[in-house]
Design a protein around this ligand. Structure first.
Ligand code: IVH
Length: 674
């Protein structure tokens, strides 16, 4: 009878897990948290361990990860791409240790390596005679998909090993295992840019990375900030490392990125404390982790312990508590961005996630709310990872009571009440009122930001006060602020007011590229701002540039050139530029590369007499612009004398010293070849 119950339970668990797998992998909309899933999974693993006769070929315990998708070639892995058994907390890890110690007493005195367990997509990388020849997904562990073309776009993947300059020989054949992922900060930045451009944002780094690597068009992969970290050798020829610690060192030396957080530990106690310290630091890590991996250092010993299902006995995933929880969605509110884009966010019943109370979470965009059918009053799954803003994964529809309310996007701006608009094909709604206070606050915040004008002390709170009080109606108004008027604002004493005025004044000295970022011209980020400042002397020159002129700059295509030109043609922007000029915020580029060929560099000239086409000042400027130097008197160090009509004694002196003499056309010939 007991076995009958176990069989029923196993069947239930399998069905349940299959359903969750489908929601997670196929629909990208999990209905339970990772922790709840793991709980069910573990129960099934234990049940099958106690009742081996219950194991069925369709059990999810045999199949971890996705099946090879159509459209990619299938690749047989040279060795099984194994998974890891999970343990929660110290006790789980200690009982694993006890089990394997009983199998081989050498475990007792073995060393360990602890690594972060990266939450990404496993990749298998093949190298033949040092060349990257094939890259595959894990698939079902024995057959994966050939995603070589996509992996080639990943910057940190070595296309040839060893990396130049390292004194080490590549083995004839090497198959490396690693994890591809999108770092949390890059993910947040990518989403911020997409949202600002009114485009669809991505839900989480893991699925974005996995989706990008499984695109049929590699240029789509290239557009995502995918990183790679390698941690193992799946197969290979030659004299390969015998311990995990040496493997990491060896991979690093060949040029593979390896996890910098990996540590060598003398015993299990140390390994556990390293795992715990990784857990404590998880929010500070640049990538999402869902645990630490504890590995036996001695690879032959680890191998000899064998495998249970797909999990090698010699390594363990020490799982951290999930950073996902379910809570009630109390309301959906909206934010107004710098460009007027309106984005929805969730107002949540406060909930603890990984030691932090979460009250709000992003809902990406209105289409996301509609597609996931998120309703006010729903129980929603919320995830927090790293320092990025928590986000809503989706609703738990199974627990709806019927009292939930459908949500409709607003049709007026929550700040200025003007009607909202859609722009072209974009998914986002915009407030197009140029004097919308909420937008102005964001504009000020951006203008004063670190990578822009870097105005210390001008954060969002003060930006709000300045806008609300009417003291600032555009960014140029900042430069006319008086300490007296600031004193009227709450929280401003003399010192604080003077300090702010001083940091605003100091910002006049920021170079042109910073002002270009600060102005928020569409598409102009740090790299392009620097390129523009290399090409143009000041905002006047940039404003006068034609779209063709802009397209001369690397990375500027017709669309971007057009956007920049459009920005400089708008009346409101031109008026703002004039106000900035009047306020003496008009930097001259320090980065500008010389526009003339530097054909006269290192040469010294003396000018005498009247030249036909250039007056004295113009002739001097002409020579200097091409790198030459103009001096008053002829000496042995003079290289050329440029002589016009009625030259003075300088010409004679030059002739006696044997210095070459040029007329204006000779000078032009030499300088510009004309
Ligand atoms: S070792 C036999 N090390 O975690 C070795 N795996 O749940 C098995 N993962 O599919 C893997 N970081 O993709 C290992 N430092 C790390 C890892 C790691 C992430 C992933 C791996 C695997 C999953 C197992």
């Amino acid at each position: 009878m007991a076995d009958q119950t176990a069989a029923d339970r196993a069947a239930d668990l399998r069905r349940e897990l299959q359903k969750h797998n489908y929601h997670y992998y196929v629909l990208d909309a999990p209905i339970v948290s990772d922790a709840e899933y793991d709980l069910l999974f573990r129960e099934l693993v234990e049940l099958e361990a106690a009742h081996p006769e219950l194991r069925s070929p369709d059990s999810p315990t045999h199949r971890v990860g996705g099946e090879p998708a159509e459209g990619f070639q299938r690749v047989s892995h040279p060795a099984p791409v194994l998974s890891l058994a999970n343990a929660f907390g110290r006790e789980g890890a200690e009982s694993w240790f006890d089990r394997i110690r009983k199998l081989d007493e050498r475990v007792e005195s073995s060393a360990w390596v602890v690594e972060p367990k990266l939450d990404g997509l496993t990749v298998v990388l093949h190298y033949e005679a040092g060349l990257f020849t094939l890259g595959a997904t894990r698939g079902d562990g024995s057959i994966g998909e050939d995603i070589t073309a996509n992996l080639r776009t990943v910057g940190s993947l070595p296309l040839r090993i060893p990396v130049a300059g390292n004194k080490i020989e590549a083995p004839p054949r090497l198959v490396v295992r690693g994890e591809a992922f999108i770092p949390v900060a890059e993910f947040a930045e990518m989403n911020r840019k997409l949202a600002e451009a009114g485009e669809r944002t991505y839900v989480n780094p893991r699925n974005t990375a996995s989706g990008a690597l499984r695109q049929l068009d590699p240029s789509l992969t290239a557009a995502r900030p995918i990183r790679l970290l390698c941690y193992g050798i799946l197969d290979g020829d030659g004299d390969l490392p015998r311990t995990q610690w040496e493997t990491l060192a060896y991979l690093r030396k060949l040029g593979f990125p390896v996890p910098a957080e990996a540590q060598h530990c003398a015993d299990l106690e140390e390994a556990l404390s390293v795992a715990e310290s990784l857990e404590a630091r998880r929010d500070a890590l640049p990538f999402e982790v869902d645990g630490a991996v504890i590995k036996l250092d001695d690879l032959a010993l680890a191998d000899s312990l064998g495998v249970v299902g797909k999990d090698p006995r010699g390594a363990l995933a020490y799982k951290f508590p999930a950073q996902e929880v379910a809570t009630r969605l109390e309301d959906i509110a909206t934010n107004v961005g710098r460009t007027g884009v309106i984005t929805p966010y969730a107002v949540l019943e406060p909930v603890q996630v990984g030691g932090v109370t979460v009250r709000q979470a992003t809902l990406h965009n209105f289409d996301f709310v509609a597609e996931k059918d998120i309703r006010i009053g729903d129980r929603v799954l919320v995830k927090r990872a790293g320092d990025v803003i928590p986000y809503v994964i989706g609703p738990v529809k199974e627990v709806r009571t019927g009292a939930e309310r459908e949500y409709h996007p607003p049709d007026r701006c929550p700040s200025c009440d003007e009607p909202l608009e859609r722009q072209g094909e974009e998914v986002a709604l915009y407030c197009v009122n140029l004097s919308c206070p909420a937008q102005l606050v964001r504009v000020l915040e951006h203008f004063a930001g670190r990578s822009a004008m870097d105005i210390e002390g001008l954060g969002i709170k003060i930006a709000e006060q300045l806008v609300e009080s009417g003291l600032v109606r555009d960014v140029a108004d900042l430069y006319g602020l008086q300490a007296d008027s600031l004193l009227e604002l709450e929280g401003f004493a003399e010192r604080k007011a003077e300090k702010l005025i001083r940091s605003i004044a100091d910002s006049r000295a920021r170079p042109l590229e910073r002002l270009l970022i600060a102005l928020g011209i569409p598409g102009v980020g740090e790299a392009l701002a620097a390129d523009l400042a290399r090409h143009f002397r000041d905002l006047d020159e940039l404003q006068d540039a034609s779209t063709e002129g802009l397209e001369q700059i690397e990375g500027v295509g017709p669309i971007l050139a057009n956007e920049i030109a459009q920005w400089f043609s708008k009346k409101g922007n031109l008026a703002l530029l004039e106000k900035l000029r009047a306020a003496d915020v008009w930097p001259v580029s320090e980065l500008r590369a010389p526009t003339e060929p530097q054909s006269l560099t290192g040469l010294t000239f003396v000018i005498t007499g009247t030249l036909p086409g250039l007056n004295r000042a113009e002739a001097k400027a002409y020579i200097e612009a091409r790198g030459g130097r103009v001096v008053g008197g002829v000496s042995k160090r003079t290289n050329y004398v440029v002589a016009g009509e009625s030259p003075g004694s300088k010409l004679e002196r030059a002739q006696t010293l044997g210095i070459k003499i040029l007329d204006e056309s000779g000078l032009r010939q030499m300088a510009d070849g004309q």
